[in-house]
Write a protein that binds this ligand. Sequence first.
Ligand SMILES: Cc1cc2nc3c(=O)[nH]c(=O)nc-3n(C[C@H](O)[C@H](O)[C@H](O)COP(=O)(O)OP(=O)(O)OC[C@H]3O[C@@H](n4cnc5c(N)ncnc54)[C@H](O)[C@@H]3O)c2cc1C
Length: 401
Amino acid sequence: MRVTVIGGGIIGLATAYRAQQRYPRAVVTVLEKEAQVGRHQSGNNSGVLHCGLYYKPGSVKARMAVSGIRRMIAFCEEHGIRHEVCGKLVVAVTQEEVPRLEELHRRGTANGLRGLRRMGPEEMREIEPHVAGVAAVRVPEEGIADYKAVCAKLAGLLSGAVRTGARVMGIRRDGAAWRIESTAGDFAASLLINCAGLHCDKVAEMAGVDRDTRIVPFRGEYFELRPEARRLVKHLIYPVPDPAFPFLGVHFTRMIGGGVECGPNAVLAFAREGYRMSEVRVGELVDALAYPGLWAFLRRYPAMCWYELRRSLSRRLFCESLQRLVPEVREEDLAPGGAGVRAQALTRSGELVQDFDFRFQPGAIHVLNAPSPGATASLAIGDEILDEGERRGLVPVTNGA
Ligand SMILES: Cc1cc2nc3c(=O)[nH]c(=O)nc-3n(C[C@H](O)[C@H](O)[C@H](O)COP(=O)(O)OP(=O)(O)OC[C@H]3O[C@@H](n4cnc5c(N)ncnc54)[C@H](O)[C@@H]3O)c2cc1C
C-alpha cells in the first residue's frame, strides 16, 4: 500500500506517523510545498493544549480534544518536547456573560473534563491577581506546548518520508490508484490523504470532490506583552467566547519559550496565506468573492466583520479588548507579535463550520475543516480518519501490505 499525505502541517505529519506505525509494510510519503514542515497554521498558532471545554458534547471536536490532549501530552513527554499543564481561567467580565460561562462549565463536564471549578472574583484573583470579572471557570487540564517542535519531531520520526518543496499541482485517477503531480515530480498513491490546511478544498477539488464548503482565511494577529508587563499574567486568561463563532476571543497566553502573547483577533484575510493586511492574492480573492457563502456571511455578521477590521488597524481597540480581562494593561505594554491564518470552512449559506469535517471517497480521505483545537487533537485526528478509512474499506485492516 502507498499512503501519500498532502500537507506537512501537524495533522498531515501526525496522520502519516500513525499510518507508518499502524501499517509497517506500507510506503508512506508526505508532500509539503514549503521548504520546511509546519510553516503555516501549525507553526503560527497560540500553542495552547485545549481539552474540550467549548465544544458541543457528542461533536467530533469534543471527542478529538478530550482524547487528543492526553495523547499530545504523552507524545511530548515521550520525546522530551517542552510543554506545561498550567491551567486556564475563562472569565465572565459582566453578569450577561455568566449564563454562557455556566454553559461552558456544563459542556466541559459533559465532555468528561476533570477538576473544572466555578469561582467568584476573590478566588480567581488568587490564581490571576490582575484579572477583572464577576465569575470564572478554572480548567486545570489545559496548558501550552511547543507545536513547532512537535512537527519537527514527527518529521524526524517519519525518517525520509517527508518531501519538502513538493507542491501538488494535479491529481488524477490511474486505475485503482492515484497519480499526483507535484513540483518535485509525480507520486503514486493507493490511499491519498489530503491535509492541505488553507488549501484543502482546492486539493480535494483536484481529486474530484465538489467544493460545497470553501476555506475562508481568517487572520489572527498577536501582540506580546513587553517584559515589564508580563507580571500581569501568570497562566492562560480567556474571555467567554461568542457562541456564534468558532473563535475564542482575544486572550492572554503564556508562551512555552517565555513571554506572554495577546490575541489572536479574527480578521478576514485577502490571501489564504495572508499574514499581513497588505498581502493580497487576486486569484484567491476573486475565488472567494465568487462564492455566495462569503456574501451570505458578510450579510449575516456585518458588525463583527467591520469591528474586526477596525480592531486590526487600531492598537487602542485591541488594547481595550484586553483591558476587559486585565484592566492594568496599557497600549505601551504591547509590542507587535506574529500572526497566523486559520483555515475555516464556510458553507454556501454563510455559516462557519463549527465541527471538524472529514470526507471519504474511494481511495482518499480529505480533512476539510480542522481549525483549533486541531494542533492539540492532531494525533487523535490521525487515528480517527485511519479508523474510519478501515471501516469504509479504504485501508486494509491487516497491516497495509
Ligand atoms: C491563529 C491560530 C491560533 C490557533 N491556536 C491553536 C491552539 O492554541 N491550539 C490548538 O490546538 N490549535 C490552534 N490552532 C489550530 C491549529 O493550528 C490547526 O488546527 C492545525 O495547525 C492544522 O494543521 P494542518 O496540518 O491541518 O494545517 P497546516 O499547518 O496549515 O498545514 C497544511 C500544510 O499543507 C501544505 N500545503 C497546502 N497546499 C499544498 C499543496 N498543494 N501541496 C503540498 N503541500 C500543500 C501547507 O504548506 C501546509 O504546510 C490555531 C490556528 C491559528 C491559525
